[in-house]
Design a binder for this molecule. Sequence first.
Ligand code: ADP
Length: 778
Amino acid sequence: MVIGKNLKDIYPNELSTKLINVLKKAHETKSLQVIELPMPGKDRIIYCEGRVLPFEDNKLIAVIRDISQTKAVRDVLYVRNRALEAAGNGIIIADAKLPDNPIIYCNDAFSQITGYNRNEALGKNCRFLQKGDRDQKEIGIIRKAIKEGRPCHEVLRNYKKDGTLFWNELTITPLFNDQGLLTHFIGVQSDVTQRKKAEFLKDQIRKILEMIAQHWPIDFIGNAIVETVEEHLENCLVSILLLDKEKGTLHSLSAPNVPKSLAQALEGLSIGPNICSCSTAAHLKKEIFTADMTKDPLWKSRRNLLMEHNLKSCWSLPILSSSQEVLGVLALYLEHPTNPGKSQREMIEDINFLSSVAIEQNDTRITLQKNRKQLAIYAQELEGQVEERTNELKATVQKLVETNLNLEDQVFVTKAAENRAIASQAMFTAIARNFPKGVIIVFNTDFDIVYIDGGELYRMGLKKTEIEGTNIDDTDIFSEQRIVQIKENIKKTMDGKHLSFEIQFRRRSYSVNTSPLFDDNHKIQWTLFVYNDITKQKEAERKIKSALVREQELNELKSRFISMASHEFRTPLSAILSSAILIGKQNEPGKEAKREKYIGQIKTNVRNLVVILNDFLSLSKLEEGKVTAHKEKFDIVQFSKSLVDEIDSSKKYGQKLTIKHKKPIINVFLDPKLTRHILTNLLSNAIKYSQENKNIYLILDKHQKNLVIKVVDQGIGIPKEEQPNLFQRFFRADNSSIIQGTGLGLHIVKQYAELMGGHVSFKSELDKGSTFIVELPT
Ligand code: ADP
């Protein structure tokens, strides 16, 4: 049916084209061409393999066969193969039929994990991965499973081609053929080193934590920490440095593998900048990573040491306490200047934290130990004290017992004393009530005021409750001086004396009587001070005394008056008498002139007597306080002029009386009567005590608001020694005794001047004259 037909007519276009192309190629190349093609079958696509072979000239033999089934198997195998190749796990297949189960297949992942390429692995038993490390229980388990044709799953230590250890998680599955014979083992392996390491690290950290919890010595813990880090970081040497807080220096706690010379060079360094990266890390509380120590200025002085030991980088981490205080430094010396990766960093941070916990706990333990020791010392001291106190207590108890034995007796004694005290108090109160205008105070031997009461207390401004029971020294009622006096009086009274005296207290007068008070045993126990208010009596007494003085003065005045009058009256009276007799004898006419003369003499003498009597009158009025000033305004110049006219007749022969005043009118506000008396008296004296032909001046002036009157004479003057007494009543100077006078004039002048608010003074020189000055406020 197909013979003689073109391929194009048998197969669809696309297929026929492919077939023709193959035929052409076989013809051209004269070589066998193989092609696989899907052919449309009855109910499915048939995969065919066509083999085209050139035959003779221009002839081709094409053999076509159905490879659908073979292809299907091959495809599955291919996929599986690819899957095996693509798998991340290392896969090996070992032949179980051959002796020692050689590896007949391994995938790429196996090579990547182990470092061995396929040729190196094929034909070998898997044990080559264990190198010499055969002493693993997992190996025994695997061996047994293989022997028994059982699957197994174990994690064991294997070694890469370069010798590094890796943890191999291995699953071995036996393969059996259709007859049930063991033909192959399939091993699936994965590198679980990281996981294992992590587990291992966890385990180590747990162990270290246990050591911390069990209070292992800090250097043991330090070593464990260092070992852990060194195990987990390649080419790394670790040291833990502790900070001596007092000195601020770093000291090695653990550095088992750090070269001794380097450890020594770093021992005892102070923390601070510019010393080394450990000191800096502690100083700044900051992690310092020095990638290349040989180039870092901080490590300059130790550069040779580092080179010698092939150490390149240093990673210094401050170990901080929970309160962020520096405890020490964790130093990692690395051979390669590689920055730590994430997992390494995490591990180091964990380790650093662990170190901090361990050191802090150690510090706490040391403090605790110290405290315990101190506590033990305290406890010992306390025990001693307790013993001492116990002994004291025993002694006290003993005393108490003894005291207690006497207590009953004492109670009786006290009761009796109390009764007596009550009786005493009653007695004091009774006394106090009997002195309604006084106060009684009872002092004891210690100067305590044990009792105070009396009607006068209130007036004195004192309160019984505030004073009673206080000591005399603690009261603020009396001055210090008075307290001393009172104490003195108490002491004297305690000696058995009875004192009587008077005191002044808060402007009142009190009579004080003190007496000792005896107890039942006739011993002086208290002193009783009785204060009586005698202010009124004192006042009366004072008045009586002053009345008495006045009386005496009056008596004296009287007697002096009598003696003076008898003397002073005698002359004018005898003059009057003789004048009268002479008048009687000259009564015939023609003798009028003589009579007039005698009458004139009588008049003069009577005037003198009037003056004397006036003085007395003035004096007695003054003494009785009956004279008062009645001021009025007048011109003193005019006033003086008329007075001088009046007095002019009494001048001696040749005497000249002149008034001097700067202003024509000097108005004053004074009592005219008193002023007249003053002027009359002073001018009379000037005339009286000046010789004939002498000048007398009356000078009037006003200084500010004061009237100043000066009476100036050139008379006999006043002896110096007698001048201080000049204003006393009845005083007369020696040099004036032959001149008539009473010694009252100046006394009255002074009193009158003072009544008007002024005063009198004088200057005088014997035989030269006197000046009397009166100053009066106007
Ligand atoms: P009397 O003149 O009556 O004696 P006075 O009291 O007036 O009394 O004077 C008292 C005394 O002062 C006089 O006795 C006299 O010694 C003295 N005396 C007063 N005035 C003068 C005076 N101007 N010159 C000298 N002595 C005087």
